[in-house]
Design a protein around this ligand. Structure first.
Ligand SMILES: [Zn+2]
Length: 272
């Protein structure tokens, strides 16, 4: 197991202020960053956006004992559940499941984001079928130049390519989009999106999520002032799952004897 964990975490370390590392090891009550999971034999790997209760149950049924999770187990970017909400019933039940099943969980967040290009962004662009249209890969986003499509057509395209039931848009559905910024995960805020729009003359930013009063409100004011722009929110998981799928493909290539599953939970939100 140590070899796979080392591969997954290559080039990143908690010492650098990141969040990657072994975040849950069986037998370790608190979960630990310097855990010694290395000697266990791997029965199977599950790669997930976030190790939800349902996906941990699925991983157990598949005989998996190593889960690679992009986001944290316990509802906070930097906390591991031992210090954050130690007495919470939901956290306790999740930890009980891990203890019972003997699954090791590794957080793999910073490493793929620090690759050049960012593995998660590149995976999303690839899944959208726009890899040949990439103009540039910036650290926090990619820019693509596509054949003109209306915002409504882009929304249909994105839903079909990612297999997701809905997206949210701000802007006119008839707006013709040619240059699009693609920002996976929590990069939909104005700090990333607005300079990107200006630097690359974008019509549209597609992001995982971000504060609603930042970029979407910027887009609304810009349109009112006569410069139509648009914003499309995929959802955080929806924007990062393709990149984790790409990471799983890398693992299969590197460790051909190990079963590597990609598990995806149901969409988090439903629209009523
Ligand atoms: Zn991410």
């Amino acid at each position: 197991m140590g070899e796979i964990i080392a591969h997954v975490l290559e080039g990143t370390a908690l010492a650098e202020g990141g969040v990657d590392g072994v975040v849950y090891e069986p037998g370790s009550e608190a979960g630990s960053a310097d855990a010694d999971a290395a000697s266990a034999a791997v029965t199977g790997v599950a790669v997930v956006f976030l190790a939800t209760q349902a996906l941990l149950e699925q991983a157990t049924a598949l005989g998996v004992n190593l889960v690679i999770s992009h986001e944290g187990l316990f509802y906070c970017h930097r906390e591991d559940g031992a210090t954050w909400l130690p007495d919470d019933p939901v956290v306790r039940r999740k930890r009980e499941l891990l203890r019972r099943t003997g699954i090791t969980v590794v957080r793999c967040h910073d490493r793929p984001h620090r690759c050049q290009p960012d593995t998660i962004t590149a995976g999303l662009v690839e899944a959208l079928g726009w890899a040949p249209q990439v103009v540039t890969h910036e650290p926090a986003a990619a820019v693509v130049a596509i054949e003109p499509m209306t915002l409504a057509q882009v929304a249909r395209h994105v839903k079909a390519k990612l297999g997701i039931p809905y997206v949210r848009i701000a802007g006119n559905p008839e707006l013709v989009c040619r240059r699009i910024g693609i920002a996976a995960g929590y990069r939909g805020g104005a700090g990333v999106a607005v300079p990107l729009i200006q630097a690359h003359g974008l019509d549209l930013v597609i992001a995982g999520e971000g504060p609603e009063w930042e970029t979407p409100e910027y887009v609304r004011d810009a349109a009112r002032q006569g410069r139509p722009l648009a914003y499309l929110a995929l959802g955080h998981a929806e924007s990062e799952e393709p990149g984790m799928r790409a990471l799983a493909a890398q693992l299969r290539e590197r460790f051909p004897g190990v079963p590597v599953h990609v598990l995806r939970d149901e969409p988090l939100f439903s629209v009523l």
